[in-house]
Write a protein of this length. Structure first.
Length: 200
DNA sequence: ACCCAGGTGGCCC
DNA sequence: GGGCCACATGGG
């Protein structure tokens, strides 16, 4: 068995299925609202704590704007500024969630290479949206993933595309496995700092 | 007064 | 292709 897959099994054994920690993100059946929370949240949490991203989502909800359709049909993203300010980068994030929502309204199928053309959607955000909001089998690489790879000396090359291929080539190509593995990587790291459990 | 949080695009070489 | 940097808020 390969090292990457063994790592997944070890994390799964240690923490159990992450569906119980991230039920909305890892469940198979998602409502449109779940997808909106996950996809808009993925943009709002860029270089920002999930806590603050969540506050921004709540502001959108209170304003009855937590919706691709409502946001995508706005005349301008400006009215979003006071709502998402709490998540930082308030000059760029309103434009990003506006551009993404518009894109969702115009495109029935979301293709990775098309998402990457949207200003403010890079590889990690695109893959997070595809994997967790739309259940497409694409692996997400983030700083937690890189730390894990470094700790286990599994690769010298830490570039996004190389690592994404490394994981995808060594795992069964299933949405569920990709979702759970990435969730476990984050959960395992947070243990290190927050809950004093042992590093795998 | 620092440092960090599930990044990205624009420069520069 | 890789190395910097600005972008902005809230919490520890």
């Amino acid at each position: 068995m390969n090292n990457i897959y063994s790592l997944y099994l070890d994390l799964l054994k240690k923490h159990g299925s992450p569906g119980k920690y991230w039920p909305q993100w890892c469940s198979k059946s998602k409502s449109e609202r779940d997808r909106e929370i996950i996809a808009l949240g993925a943009i709002l949490t860029q270089r920002t704590s999930w806590h603050n991203a969540e506050l921004a989502l709540l502001n959108l909800q209170k304003a009855n704007l937590l919706s691709f359709e409502k946001i995508g049909q706005l005349k301008s993203p400006e009215i979003l500024i006071p709502l998402v300010r709490v998540a930082g980068f308030y000059q760029s994030k309103p434009k990003r969630i506006f551009a993404f929502s518009e894109f969702v309204l115009k495109n029935k199928i979301l293709k990775r290479e098309e998402l990457l053309k949207i200003k403010g959607i890079g590889p990690e955000t695109a893959d997070t949206i595809l994997l967790y909001a739309f259940d497409k089998p694409t692996f997400v690489i983030d700083e937690y993933t890189r730390k894990l790879i470094k700790r286990h000396n599994l690769s010298q090359n830490l570039s996004y595309d190389f690592l994404k291929n490394l994981f995808e080539e060594n795992l069964p190509p299933q949405t569920r496995v990709y979702q759970d593995f990435h969730a476990l990587i984050i959960f395992n790291q947070k243990d290190q700092r927050g809950w004093g459990m042992k590093k795998i």
